[in-house]
Ligand binder design. Structure first.
Ligand SMILES: Cc1cc2nc3c(=O)[nH]c(=O)nc-3n(C[C@H](O)[C@H](O)[C@H](O)COP(=O)(O)O)c2cc1C
Length: 248
């Protein structure tokens, strides 16, 4: 197994995988890492659908796109889940709170599911496996994904994670310098622009010279372009259909 430093500092998204399955020991460790994720109130407001059946992966691919879904060994869908607590609350005659209808309820479920996904990423990477988060599993067609995977009311897809044996090792993407990420004691109040401009230029150089496919993308316009695309997502409507129907 890799050290924590190797695991965290060497992580990069892997989008091409060998055909082989990931080892059972690695999968067990990924499951246990997911299980011990810190969660709000210890409510464990998440569930994971492990999709290993090739036919279902292909169906998911048809809905979501993103070829990693059909070429990976295991595709994990991380879901926010209030179905479990609602079920036991009903059985015990506990009046279920309207928390699921609040923005904080949505955030709690989403954060729990995202942390569980990161637990899986770290565990998988420590075994030398490749991972790629798939946000399109939430945005492309959330209701179709939910129906295919039998998600009950009070759950919704947050993010997918493709896991497989790596068939590529792309260059590590440069990340923002610590001066833009870590603020000491309070948000820095000097001008961010010089650091941002330098980072934007670094990404532009990286995209033009990296191994594999090269682009002339900068960082800022590329990211803002994603935000423009994201304006077409209709997640509130999808959430309402999942039982989160009166979000404050
Ligand atoms: C929440 C989330 C959703 C993502 N969704 C996708 C996706 O749908 N497709 C994809 O190819 N990569 C996806 N990624 C991977 C990012 O593009 C990648 O993490 C980012 O470009 C940084 O590159 P790196 O992971 O190699 O450091 C996603 C990452 C995160 C954290």
């Amino acid at each position: 197994m890799k050290s924590i430093k190797e695991t965290l500092f060497g992580r990069r998204s892997i989008r091409r995988y060998e055909r082989e399955c990931i080892p059972a020991e690695a999968l067990d460790t990924i499951y246990e890492a997911i299980r011990n994720t810190p969660t709000s109130y210890n409510g464990q407001q998440f569930s994971v659908i492990d999709v290993s059946d090739q036919a279902i992966k292909e169906q998911l691919y048809e809905i979501v796109g993103q070829k990693q879904i059909k070429t990976c060994s295991h595709f994990l869908l991380f879901c926010a889940d209030f179905n479990k607590i609602a079920t036991i609350a009903e059985a015990k005659g506990i009046n279920m709170s309207e928390f699921t209808k609040t923005l904080d309820g949505i955030i709690v479920g989403t954060v729990d599911a995202a942390l569980a996904m990161m637990s899986a990423v770290v565990a998988a990477e420590s075994f030398g496996l490749g991972t790629c988060c798939i946000g399109y599993a939430r945005t492309a067609a959330p209701e179709a994904v939910s129906i295919l995977l039998n998600l009950p009311k009070y759950t919704y897809p947050v993010c997918g994670l493709a896991i497989g044996v790596p068939r590529e090792m792309p260059d590590l993407k440069p990340k923002q310098p610590l001066s833009l990420i870590i603020h000491q004691n309070r948000y820095r109040d000097d001008d961010l622009l010089p650091d941002l401009t330098a980072y934007d230029e670094e990404i532009t150089r990286f995209n033009a010279t990296r191994s594999g496919s090269k682009t002339d993308n900068d960082w800022a316009s590329h990211i803002v372009d994603y935000y423009h695309q994201a304006m077409s997502y209709r997640l509130l409507e999808a959430l309402r259909q999942r039982g989160f129907d009166a979000i404050e």
